[in-house]
Design a protein around this ligand. Structure first.
Ligand code: SIN
Length: 340
């Protein structure tokens, strides 16, 4: 059997973290150990027979500091591997803290004709019971097993669609969930058991236009249009909450923000004082989208939204996107709008 080549891209995170002693699972420095070293201990494992791993250290960061330059390189590497017949699949090691955003970004931009698997660890590589080696092995098994193109995320024996997964716990090993969208598969003793058919759904950016009552799609920028950008457009998330007011929005608009995602309460409802400031922001051309602080369900269209909403006003309800992902979607939507 010919060897299956997997491109392993290291970006840092706790999976590459180092503590002063093996008992430390929380006090450590992320992004210290090279990805070639992480893979070193796994290559003799029987499940990886016939697999050739090419390790590339793309970055070495704590993912709280994820930046545009790393995303751009990651996208470029993934695009080129998609077209390289030698590459069977891609595995990416990443910190847990912003993995859900990188996952959404790649899922939105890649026509994933091969498996792209993100993985991570909650404990540093030096911990007594580090979860990194198992997660990396499971990811390689998902990547090598073939037949499931798409952008996936693997940790704690579970496979999720990268576009929907979220970090839901600060230190538990089983720290991720896609809530109602559920788990797509399990990795058990190096065997992948899928429980969903086919690829993860490839999402357009789903918005609800409350004035027409219809779902509309905001175009996402093409991957190729991103490479010349120095930065993605500036978009922030603001929370609606008890005692909220408009000062944060006013300050953002004065500083030149391009778009705001509101993490509304419940059904994407917004405090009246905050809403007044958002309405002013819209008049100045700032995009405003509404998502929900609720972790399950999606906001039901057309309720609690104040003035009429239409895509042309750049005011819309972001259906099915949590605020962190809606923020990246809006950045890509702004790029597409400018390009078009
Ligand atoms: C990070 O996100 O890089 C640090 C935290 C982690 O990976 O768990």
């Amino acid at each position: 059997m010919s060897e299956r080549k997997i491109l392993l891209l290291g970006t840092g995170g706790t999976i590459a973290g180092k503590a002063q002693d093996a008992a430390q699972a929380v006090g450590y420095r992320a992004a210290e150990i090279g990805v070639a070293e992480l893979i070193g201990g796994l290559l003799g494992i029987k499940a990886l027979e016939g697999v050739m791993v090419e390790a590339v250290q793309l970055a070495q960061v704590d993912s709280k500091d994820m930046n545009w330059s790393i995303w751009r390189s990651l996208l470029a590497q993934c695009l080129s591997a998609m077209d390289d017949p030698q590459v069977h699949a891609i595995v990416i090691t990443h910190g847990t803290d912003t993995l859900e955003e990188t996952g959404w970004f790649l899922a939105a931009l890649l026509e994933a004709r091969k498996p792209v698997v993100l993985t991570c660890a909650m404990r540093p590589a030096t911990a007594l019971l580090s979860d990194g080696p198992q997660n990396l092995l499971d990811s390689l098994c998902v990547a090598a097993s073939g037949g499931r193109p798409g952008v996936w995320f693997v940790a704690a024996g579970k496979v999720f669609a990268a576009e929907s997964v979220q970090k839901v716990h600060p230190y538990r090993l089983d720290a991720f969930s896609s809530y109602e969208l559920g788990v797509c598969g399990f990795v058990e003793e190096q065997t992948v058991r899928w429980c969903s058919a086919g690829m993860p759904p490839r999402m357009p950016v789903p918005l609800h236009d409350a004035s027409s009552g219809r779902a509309v799609q905001v175009p996402v920028a093409s991957a190729s249009s991103l490479f010349d950008l120095e930065a993605l457009p500036w978009v922030e998330v603001v929370f609606s909450a008890a005692l909220a007011d408009g000062r944060q929005v006013e300050a953002l608009v004065a500083a030149g923000v391009r778009g705001i995602v509101v993490a509304g309460s419940g059904n994407a409802s917004v405090h009246e004082q905050l809403e007044a400031a958002l309405s002013e922001a819209r008049k100045r051309g700032v995009w405003v989208w509404y998502a929900s602080r609720c972790l399950e369900g999606v906001p039901v269209a057309g309720r609690c939204l104040g003035p009429a909403i239409s895509e042309s006003d750049h005011q819309a309800l972001a259906i099915g996107l949590v605020p962190s992902k809606a923020r990246i979607a809006m950045m890509l939507g702004l790029v597409a709008r400018e390009a078009g």
